[in-house]
Each structure stands twice: as C-alpha cells, then as structure tokens.
Design a protein around this ligand. Sequence first.
Ligand code: IPE
Ligand code: IPE
Ligand code: MG
Length: 238
Amino acid sequence: MKDYSLLIDRESIPRHVAIIMDGNGRWARRRSLPRVEGHRRGAQVIESLMDTAIDLGIEVVSLYAFSTENWSRPKDEIAGIWRLLEMFFEANIDAIMKKGVLLRHSGSMRRLPASTRRIIEESVARTRGNRAITLNFCLNYGGRQELVEAVNAWAASKRQGEKLTERSFERHLYTAGLPDVDLLIRTSGERRVSNFLLWQIAYAEMIFTSVLWPDFRPRHLYRMIYEYQQRDRRFGGL
Ligand code: IPE
Ligand code: IPE
Ligand code: MG
C-alpha cells in the first residue's frame, strides 16, 4: 500500500475531522467474541489516532462514541460502554496531558452514570489549558437534541425582539467555538449520518470505508486526508 503520509499537502489539512466510529459489534461477531470486546478494541484505536491527528496538524477531532439512539441497546452492552469509557479516560489522561490534548464533551450528561460523568468532567477540566489538538467526545450525543436544546437555550437568554442569527445560534451548540466539520468519516460500510453533527456537517466532505472501527489504523487516516485533498470544495460557488 502506498504511503499516503508523504503525499499529503501539509498546507491544506482539514481543520475539523468528525468520525463515526462504527463496526465494533461486527468486528467482535466475526471473531465469535462478545460485542463489548469489539468496543474495547475500538477504544484502543483512539490513542494512535490522536498521534496521527497531531502529526497532521488537525485542529479538532470529533468522535461519535454513543448516540441518543444507542440507549435502545441491551442494558449490559450500555453498561460495558460506560465502563470502557471510564477506563479509557483513566488509562490515557497522563498521555493526553503529555500530548497537549484539550478534551471536550458534546452531548447531554443526563442519564450518564455518575461515575462516568465525574471522570469526564474532571478530565475536561484538567485539559483546559492544552492547545495541541481538541478531542471532542460525542457521548449521549444526538444532532436533533443538540439543535432543540440550542433553540431553547437561545430563547431563554434572548433580549426582547432579538432575532436568531446563524452566529448567535451556534454559540448555543455543544460545539460552540469549534470550526465547521471539513471531513466526516464513517467506518463499517454504512453510508448514513445517524444523527451526528447535523448543523456542523453542512459542507463537510464525506468518506465512507468498509474498514471496521477496531481495524482502523493511522494509514487509513492518512489515505483519507489525501483523498479529501483531491476533492474540489466549491461551497456553492464556481
Ligand atoms: C459502534 O459500533 C459503537 C457504538 C455505537 C457504541 P457498533 O456497536 O454500532 O457496531 P456494529 O454496527 O454493531 O458492528
Ligand atoms: C452510530 O452508530 C453511533 C456511534 C458510532 C456512536 P450506530 O451503529 O448506532 O448507527 P446505526 O444504528 O447503524 O445508524
Ligand atoms: Mg453500528
């Protein structure tokens, strides 16, 4: 396979890459392992991904880790996902600090187990001064929920007669202050958005791959950044 990292133009790196990390369950099933083992191997992919994203100079990586629709899964799978996330933050916080990763959370903290909520809040607070890259964990995230919450938050804070604008609206999104998504990646062969960052992907380039998330490696990301750079982004112009 070609080494795409050498072909990439370092001057035109996408600022914000959003990833729908899909296919953990199928990865496990193919090996006759429990689904949670797929989630465990999937979580391990994130560390090398951070290094690659920092090497490329990507400003923001958003990771879809749990959707508002994922509550419809069996209770024990959901509990396993929270446990793994807690372990991820515990095991990686030192590396995250050393690499200079700023952590954010997008989504609702409601319904999350207290222990998960605490470790996320602590980790986010600890990394507040970091500047190398922003890692935006989308947990209990739903695009429609985000839009509705933003409208309500704006309505509660608006001055009399004030009209909603795109800019004032964006300040109430979970992703306030982050740039729009330039590149949306989805693994596992599904070609849908599944309620992810609906507002922010308005002009995103999309890349779908059949690679299952636990098999995702730095070389895949390099190849996708190269593919992104071959696209002609017109934003409605000529
Ligand atoms: C993505 O993998 C992780 C989460 C949604 C939490 P899946 O668990 O959806 O894996 P598949 O789609 O069943 O293979
Ligand atoms: C999307 O994957 C959510 C995450 C990756 C966290 P799903 O597996 O839940 O999406 P659908 O159900 O296939 O659309
Ligand atoms: Mg899935």
